[in-house]
Design a protein around this ligand. Structure first.
Ligand code: ATP
Length: 305
């Protein structure tokens, strides 16, 4: 199954009490990818990943995750999937290492020749930066430390596919940076595919090779941060200093402009900087575009009074 996508979704639909939340989603994630799912509050990100995790029944469409339909997959499949939910409060009196060992024991029977299971609790605590707290009771951890433990629990079975729902909420900048390194390590060296949701666009840009934007029940964008910026015709800003004066120029493609600038005879250009459109600017433009499309009342429908 090496050439099979890790996640393959066609026409996924979901509704709650007759209200459509996902309106035909197509999605394909290849082995080893790190993909970020973005979208406004209530867009359906958690619903989507809960369906992929097998925790929620869909209303329609085809879903294959690691070669199986999550709605009917068994324990061996579940052992391949790691999950970090948005929040859960439990096990307050347990000690950190002891909790990981307990969870880890569930995965022992699912070790394979290419996947040693579970992670040793000590190694995992080292990996997520919780080693000094191995003997602490869970209830004594700070919010960010608790979140690191959530990530460790998601990883303890050494999953092939890891779902992370807003994993870095409450992380300080150092913890956030360490977490980004961890995700890179998982995809580069541990053959782990990662799908995460986040509201932190800088984070998505930093760790995800591909960004999906979910809005109005559909995926409205799919590509690298740079590709999405090109799609909304983002402009790059070029600034430089010349003969003591500061100059600014905007261009869709900065390369020809910079080449001409530097080729000019008798000019000394210093402090040259090119700033590409950020993912935040791209995201805001894309979501605004969907919202203005939705603002049009469809023909034949009457607006509620
Ligand atoms: N169990 C449920 N019953 C009814 N409606 C639900 C349920 N779960 C989610 N919804 C609704 O479905 C929509 C999508 O919710 P979901 O939690 O998937 O969005 P999200 O993109 O993850 O949001 P956020 O960014 O706020 O976490 C929202 O309007 C929400 O109110």
């Amino acid at each position: 199954m090496t050439d099979q996508p890790i996640v393959h979704v066609r026409g996924l639909r979901m509704e709650y009490s007759g209200r459509t939340v996902l309106d035909g989603i197509d999605l394909r994630i290849e082995r080893g990818e790190v993909v970020a799912l973005l979208g406004p509050n209530g867009a359906g990100k958690t619903t989507t990943i809960e369906i992929l995790e097998g925790f929620r029944q869909r209303a329609g469409g085809e879903v294959t995750v690691l070669g199986e339909d999550p709605a009917h997959a068994g324990d061996a499949w579940r052992a391949d999937v790691g999950v970090v939910l948005q929040s859960w409060r439990d096990h307050g009196r347990w000690r950190v290492a002891q909790l990981l060992e307990q969870f880890g024991a569930l995965y022992g029977p699912y070790a394979t020749s290419d996947r040693d299971r579970p992670y040793r609790a000590g190694d995992l605590l080292e990996l997520v930066g919780l080693a000094p707290h191995a003997g602490a009771q869970v209830r004594t951890l700070s919010g960010g430390q608790r979140r690191r433990l959530d990530v460790a629990i998601g990883l303890v079975g050494r999953p092939r596919l890891l779902f992370l729902d807003e994993p870095t909420t409450g992380f300080d900048p150092v913890a956030r940076h360490e977490f980004h390194e961890l995700v890179h390590r998982l995809s580069d060296f541990d053959d782990t595919t990662v799908l995460l949701t986040t509201h932190d666009l800088a984070e998505a840009e930093k760790i995800a090779g591909r960004i999906l934007i979910l809005d109005g029940g559909r995926i409205v964008a799919d590509g690298s941060a740079a590709a999405l910026a090109r799609e909304v015709a983002g402009m790059s800003e070029i600034t430089w200093r010349e003969d003591g004066a500061r100059h600014v120029h905007s261009a869709a493609d900065p390369v020809p402009f910079v080449r001409d600038l530097l080729a000019r005879p008798d000019t000394e250009v210093t402090e040259l900087q090119v700033r590409a459109q950020t993912l935040e600017e791209t995201y805001l433009a894309m979501v605004a575009r969907t919202e203005s499309a939705e603002a049009v009342t469809p023909v034949g429908e009457v607006e509620a009074a």
